[in-house]
Unconditional design. Structure first.
Lengths: 452, 526, 123
């Protein structure tokens, strides 16, 4: 077997050193009745690299990849151009095959990257500090809510209607067990987000308001107004950013008064990957740092006075604090953070702003073109690179028909909000710098065909 | 002789004795040992970009005016050439499994096959959106389903939740299944029992899931104290979390008895599957009475650790818990078509008791493709060999070092996939930390240190099956040498490491006045 | 003023009905460099044996239990900037918090200096 270096000669020499007659003797602690007598049923014997590659390629071939069709899906995962440099660098064995940097003297590469990553995220979000990553945007969102409850010692949590429904479901699942009181409803197909209703709901028992920015329908909520209302009642504002590229164009949530900003970092460097692995981003005010979940990398010096980096404030974490830890997270999304950081380094702040402007410009082109079709309207007055179109029929069915015609034409609200009949004709459409004018034209023509 | 050497090039070894006086260099670099500034010190925040775009001109929509960012994020950009150099230079300050043994006990740092990287990058997997219509992602769903089937077969369980993002997330999934199962019976049980040798994630997870944690002591031979566990059982106990093989590298011989006792009082058994690699293909946890177990695909099935993730933690479930598993998951219908089961169609698949959703999408697809390629490459025979070679390698290290390092459970019999040593017998003022740092100078990554907590100054060595005998012999020679220096009180060990990119780092300073982001301060070394 | 000690290595100085609580010099020497101290808020009602404060070193977080019941009247704010005071002066300027005792009879179960020294010598 190509991954196993021991030979039978090695094995018997090693057994001699150990003083065991056979490998089975080493399993003597396993009760006889628990040991399998034969091989795992049904699983084939070992296979060559060629055979495995053939099998996997066959499965891969059954999917329509985003790059092979006009592609307009978003709803929490976005297809951006990732420079070839990113994938090359993250495949360097020293990054790919390293562990969590527990021995800092021989992990400065990973640690310096994390320090740079934390700085980039903090700059992007407009927060004072950021951590070294969470699993994804949805779990980062839940962790932020738990952190807000610890800080405020209150348990009423207001989710804006514009929060991604899957994020809201993750929150709802977890809250059943922690007994946080979650207030949430489905959005309405209106130009304005539910800022006013949310502000009206904030009371003295409220721990936090959780607001997606831009929201799931692509609208931009007024974070500054919500932050002011929340702070007046001793509550925190948690901003959720599922499309970080937006922050190249619109103001950073931290600069608008958000206390904790979380997000999904997949847009930069990571790719679509059918939903994972993704990258949870987490930033907040410095005064909350000891309440943060997850790993933190900090600057220090070594015995010779040279600058170096270490994982720090570990007493918050599960391996030390055990049941009193701020979170149970251990392994996070290290390599995705590296990919994000490399992509961000290539872009810089100006490059990100340019990429955001192009994404937005393409979206304007799409809105202009598609709303020329009879019966198609756009609900948004504000948007970044994603809008909600109102179609004359059930959008879920239309999306399927578009796929049959070779166009991946967005995410139906019926898929995101099953059972919400009032949303069924809504179609969420995202446009990035990877979309061409031809893609938009093809989309328009095929949508016209489906609607005809 | 006319001109003897007109070029002036005279190959020379230098003068004897001169080499020991190491001069400082102007750059601060030492040949291949290269220092690297922060990106913020390398470039300004304007005037450069490492990405070219196809420009599109359009003004922002009118409604956006009051939301526009006043200033672009103050982040520098490097040209592509500079970027490659920055990260390549940084990478060389990392130890990695590609460079040598990485014997971190419990972490399972084994070789990461490159076929798996290639497969995960096939556009049909890497460039597919999680919310595409099902008809356009049948192959991706089949990957999830095929992996799910093999995980169930390998563990002898009934079902599997694929969406958890890492081991600790899987623990949470398992405990939420347990909670949902009790609630379905109208029971409100409050306590989870956790052995004191458990990973820190176990009690943290139980607390996160709203449980009270009670600790179970270990016996003198490093295993769960069955009598103490039975004494704690009662109608208030929701379940136990047992790691098997445990964190001392030992198989819990009483696992079935533990499970029977827990079941008898109406509780469930969670098994921390972090060490499943020791028994894969040899023992099926389902046969031992386990109700839920997470599988770290980044450990047993060799997806890369990436300097701290991503991981992946599918949870296999018993018949009793499977109905409560989270959405979404995949299911194959009678016609052989694989479906994604979500909120809208869970009823049609008879899965009406799901405890909810744990993540935005379907789990770690990029890890699923790698793990499936790994399982198919090894096959049934190869996976059994994986467990056997892992255990053989660990016992070889144990028996090759136990005369110079105290092995607290060494006399009781063989270990499983990891060998546990303690600091007993080291000279006064010498510790496990000194051994670890000494190994760094020897060119090896240290073992896991100070864990598990049941052994003082613990050193947990997990070589894994992908180390050769030649490689192990070199590691053993170094470990023995460092251990002997620590026993003899060799003061030079306190300074170790001296050959690494950094000497010991001041962790107290880092924790007292945390500096977590760059704020423009000069490098103190400059 | 009398100083009492607990088996969990806290000390308490009692003056009138107010006690000043800290951890012992022995405790700080075992913990190593203290990096952070979490102190209770003024006005907190505490019961003898409650974990009311946490002392962090780099690799450990240690709960501090109040030796007496009562109401917290003050916390040592100097520790926010100088947690190292607990290392350098554990039994004086490194104090953690003050409690207005609700039941002075609880003091009877505590050790005096001599008894505590003997207790530590046995560890």
């Amino acid at each position: 077997m190509r991954y196993l270096p021991l030979t039978d000669t090695d094995r018997s020499a090693m057994l001699d050193v150990i003083g065991a007659g056979s490998v089975d003797d080493l399993f003597s602690d396993v009760p006889e009745e628990a040991r399998l007598s034969g091989l795992i049923a049904g699983l084939p014997l070992h296979a060559s690299e060629m055979a495995v590659e053939r099998h996997m390629a066959k499965l891969a071939g059954k999917n329509i990849s985003a790059g092979s069709a006009p592609f307009f899906l978003g709803a929490g995962a976005y297809r951006h151009h990732v420079p070839a440099t990113v994938d090359h660098l993250i495949q360097r064995g020293e990054f790919l095959t390293a562990y969590t940097p527990y021995q800092p003297e021989i992990a400065q590469g990973t640690l310096q990257v994390l320090f740079e990553f934390q700085t980039q995220v903090a700059q992007l979000f407009g927060t004072e500090v950021a951590n070294a990553s969470m699993y994804d945007g949805s779990t980062a969102c839940w962790e932020a809510i738990v952190m807000a409850s610890r800080i405020t010692r209150k348990r009423r949590v207001l989710l804006s209607q514009g929060l991604h429904p899957h994020y809201a479901q993750v929150v709802g699942t977890m809250a059943k067990f922690t007994r946080d009181d979650i207030v949430h409803g489905a959005p309405r197909l209106e130009a304005d987000p539910d800022d006013a209703a949310l502000i009206a709901e904030i009371d003295d028992a409220t721990s936090c308001a959780v607001v997606q920015y831009p929201d799931v329908l692509g609208r931009i909520p007024d974070l500054a107004a919500i932050a002011e209302a929340a702070h007046a009642k001793g509550a925190l504002l948690i901003a959720v950013v599922t499309e970080p590229v937006a922050l190249g164009l619109i103001e950073a949530p931290g600069n608008l008064g958000a206390d904790i900003v979380v997000g999904e970092g997949q847009s930069l460097g990571v790719g679509l990957q059918f939903g994972g692995p993704y990258l949870g981003l987490f930033g907040c005010r410095e005064k909350f740092v000891r309440q943060m979940p997850g790993r933190l990398c900090g600057q220090t010096v070594d015995a010779a006075g040279k600058r170096g980096f270490v994982l720090t404030l570990s007493t918050r974490e599960q391996h030390i604090r055990r049941e009193k830890a701020t979170s149970n997270i251990c392994t996070n999304s290290g390599l995705c953070a590296l990919a994000f950081s490399i992509h961000m380094t290539l872009l810089g702040g100006e490059g990100l702003a340019r990429m955001a402007r192009i994404s937005h410009a393409r979206t304007r082109q799409l809105v202009d073109r598609l709303t020329k079709l009879p019966g198609v309207t756009c609900i948004n007055e504000t948007y970044f690179n994603e809008v909600t179109l109102l179609l004359p029929a059930d959008a879920r069915e239309i999306v399927r028909e578009l796929a049959d015609r070779g166009v991946l034409g967005g995410v139906s609200l019926g898929r995101l909000f099953p059972g919400e009949g009032s949303l069924a004709n809504g179609l969420l459409v995202a446009v990035t710098e990877t979309c061409t004018e031809e893609d938009i034209e093809t989309f328009a023509e095929e949508l016209a065909g489906v609607l005809a | 002789m006319n001109v003897v050497n007109s070029s002036g090039w005279r190959p020379s070894m230098g003068e004897d004795g001169e080499a020991s006086a190491l001069p400082e260099t102007c750059s601060g670099d030492h040949a291949l040992m290269l220092e690297e500034p922060l990106i913020f010190e390398l470039a300004a925040t304007e005037g450069k970009c490492g990405v070219d775009f196809e420009e599109v001109e359009a003004e922002p929509v009118a409604g956006l005016a009051r939301f526009l960012r006043k200033e672009a994020p103050a982040l520098p950009s490097l040209a592509e050439s500079e970027t490659i150099r920055h990260y390549t230079r940084l990478s060389r300050q990392n130890y990695a499994i590609d460079l040598g043994p990485f014997p971190l006990g419990s972490c399972t740092m084994k070789h990461n096959p490159r076929l798996n990287e290639k497969v995960a990058r096939m556009p049909g997997f890497a460039d597919v959106h999680p919310l595409q219509p099902a008809a356009s992602v049948r192959g991706a769903l089949e990957v999830i389903n095929e992996l799910a089937v093999w995980l169930i077969e390998l563990t002898g369980m009934h079902g599997v939740a694929m969406s958890p993002k890492a081991g600790a997330h899987g623990e949470l999934c398992g405990l939420l299944c347990i909670r949902a199962a009790h609630e379905a019976k109208g029971e409100a049980r409050e306590v989870i029992l956790v052995p004191e040798s458990a990973h820190g994630t176990n009690p943290a997870t139980a607390a996160f899931a709203g449980y009270k944690v009670e600790s179970i002591p270990a016996t003198a031979d490093g295993r769960v104290d069955l009598a103490a566990l039975e004494a704690k059982l009662g109608p208030h106990v929701a379940g136990v979390m047992i790691t098997n093989p445990n964190t001392c590298g030992l198989f819990e011989r009483d696992m079935k008895k533990i499970a029977d006792a827990v079941h008898a009082c109406g509780g469930y058994v969670y098994c921390d599957g972090a060490n499943f690699n020791a028994i894969v293909g040899k023992v099926r946890p389902g046969d031992l009475g386990v109700d839920a177990m997470h599988i770290n695909l980044h450990k047993t099935f060799s997806t890369p650790h990436g300097g701290g993730g991503p991981g992946s933690g599918p949870v296999v479930l018993s018949e009793a818990l499977a109905p409560f598993g989270p959405l979404p998951f995949t299911a194959r219908d009678e016609a052989g078509v694989v479906h994604l089961v979500e909120e809208n169609n869970a009823g049609a698949f008879g899965h009406t008791q799901a405890f909810g959703r744990m993540v935005a999408f379907h789990g770690q697809m990029g890890m699923f493709t790698r793990a499936l390629a790994y399982i198919l490459s090894h096959g049934a025979d190869g996976l059994k060999q994986v467990a056997e070679d892992a255990v053989l390698n660990a016992n070889y290290v144990l028996r090759s070092c136990e005369d110079v390092l105290s092995a607290p459970f060494g006399s009781a019999g063989p270990c499983m996939h990891e060998a546990l040593f303690s600091d007993t017998g080291l000279a006064e003022h010498f510790s496990t930390l000194d051994i670890a740092k000494g190994l760094i100078d020897e060119g090896f990554h240290p073992m896991t240190v100070y864990f598990p907590l049941v052994v003082r100054g613990a050193m947990l060595v997990e070589p894994t099956e992908t180390e050769s005998k030649v490689g192990l012999d070199r590691f053993i020679a170094s470990l023995r040498s460092v251990a002997e220096r620590a026993r003899a009180g060799d003061e030079s060990l306190h300074a170790a490491p001296v050959y690494a990119p950094r000497r010991r780092l001041d962790e107290t300073m880092a924790a007292r006045k945390p500096v977590l982001v760059w704020k423009g301060e000069a490098n103190p070394a400059d | 003023m009398t100083r009492y000690f607990t088996e969990d290595h806290e000390w308490i100085d009692v003056e009138g009905d107010v006690g000043t609580v800290g951890i012992t010099d022995y405790a700080q020497s075992q913990l190593g460099d203290i990096t952070f101290v979490e102190v209770p808020a003024e006005g907190t009602e505490v019961a003898k044996g409650d974990s009311v404060s946490v002392v962090d070193s780099v690799k450990a977080a240690s709960d501090v239990y109040t030796p007496v019941s009562g109401t917290v009247t003050a916390a040592n704010t100097a520790l926010a900037d100088e947690p190292e005071l607990v290392n350098s002066d554990a039994e004086e300027s490194g104090w953690l918090f003050r409690v207005a005792l609700s039941d002075t009879s609880e003091l009877k179960s505590l050790m005096d200096r001599k008894a505590y020294d003997a207790f530590v010598a046995e560890l």
